[in-house]
Design a binder for this molecule. Sequence first.
Ligand SMILES: NC(=O)C1=CN([C@@H]2O[C@H](COP(=O)(O)OP(=O)(O)OC[C@H]3O[C@@H](n4cnc5c(N)ncnc54)[C@H](OP(=O)(O)O)[C@@H]3O)[C@@H](O)[C@H]2O)C=CC1
Ligand SMILES: N[C@@H](CCC(=O)N[C@@H](CSC=O)C(=O)NCC(=O)O)C(=O)O
Ligand SMILES: [Zn+2]
Ligand SMILES: [Zn+2]
Length: 386
Amino acid sequence: MPDTTGKTITCKAAVAWEAGKDLTIEDVEVGPPRAHEVRIEIYYTGVCHTDAYTLSGKDPEGAFPIVLGHEGAGIVESIGEGVESVKVGDHVVALYTPECKECKFCKSGKTNLCGKIRTTQGEGVMPDGTSRFKCKGKDLLHFMGTSTFSQFTVVADISVVPITDKVPMDRTCLLGCGITTGYGAAVITAGHGGLEKGSNVAIFGAGCVGLSVIQGAVKNGAGKIIVVDVNEAKKSWAEKFGATDFVNPAKDLKEGENITQRLVEMTDGGCDYTFDCTGNVHVMRSALEACHKGWGESIIIGVAAAGQEISTRPFQLVTGRRWKGCAFGGVKGRSQLPDLVQDYMDGKLKVDEFITHRQSLSGINQAFQDMKAGDCIRCVVDMRKL
Ligand SMILES: NC(=O)C1=CN([C@@H]2O[C@H](COP(=O)(O)OP(=O)(O)OC[C@H]3O[C@@H](n4cnc5c(N)ncnc54)[C@H](OP(=O)(O)O)[C@@H]3O)[C@@H](O)[C@H]2O)C=CC1
Ligand SMILES: N[C@@H](CCC(=O)N[C@@H](CSC=O)C(=O)NCC(=O)O)C(=O)O
Ligand SMILES: [Zn+2]
Ligand SMILES: [Zn+2]
């Protein structure tokens, strides 16, 4: 392979030109990394519902044309001036939640949200306000600071974590979003640094995120782990990951009974923790109201569309139920992701089981279709196969 350091690379990428339209595979020019930037050759990327959400046009931050994708793993091709955290040849996972370790957020000890580049990331540009992608003479926007639907991408050095090369990248890519998000929500965000042993838990939505919450709940020794999903096929998935109960609100409720009442009855007054992994604001309300009076905590993970709002009677909070939420499970990517990779290597974290579908880069629109079909947990796209 010729040395590409300092040069623009032309490669294939799946470009979203307009909201609601299929992606098209294009030749894109990817500029060299500038100071504190890293150019990565992406080997594998997952497709997440958040990519579909932005492509749909419902994301208030969504703008076009853009290179989507935020669940990717690859190898560092070159680095810009001042980069010390990774080197050429490192296997890495891209981080849509960066970690600078020096901003107010990073130093607070209270959150994994990093403030350093959030504004430019939301605007779809690199921290210096410009794009590294060009196609047909036009600049393309970056997405979530990662843009993993391109064979080569450029990210800020705080948006990437080196990981062992002993784990295949079609697995590590999934730690870039869905698995880490659900697992972290249970073991980091819930309670004070993770849900307590014996806690009764309800998880709404058993996709990649919800199944990962189950894994975290099992790890922390939860009592009841009740999964609520309208898709009956998710029952066997939930059981495989360690759920103790499954309720399908579309078929299992008694006449006049609602899901909140059922969960309160099953848990002697309400759940200690509930998790929304659907993005449906009505489900979020049920999840909050199914919490135990006095201490029950509901964690919102699902992403709801622009204009959607949550509501409940304030009395629910007055009487001690708590609403919180998290991005990337509350996990600090550069500090904590290598530990999750180690958990996978030690057989303590399931990852392989999530891969139900695979596609080549040119099959990426089919990956979006697969995701909507209901039998897909995660589709992994091989970015080097056209
Ligand atoms: N906060 C964060 O950092 C992150 C948030 N997300 C968000 O998390 C959410 C979940 O992602 P993912 O697991 O990939 O999604 P999936 O669509 O794979 O899983 C959601 C599950 O919920 C089910 N469901 C839909 N409506 C209801 C309902 N009313 N009651 C109960 N179950 C329902 C779905 O059933 P069916 O198959 O029939 O639709 C599906 O089984 C998305 O909104 C995504 O954008 C994702 C990653 C990170
Ligand atoms: N742009 C959206 C917000 C989407 C969102 O909440 N993204 C999550 C990650 S979802 C991953 O699949 C996130 O990281 N949120 C924190 C953040 O700073 O964006 C909108 O405006 O609705
Ligand atoms: Zn995601
Ligand atoms: Zn920071």
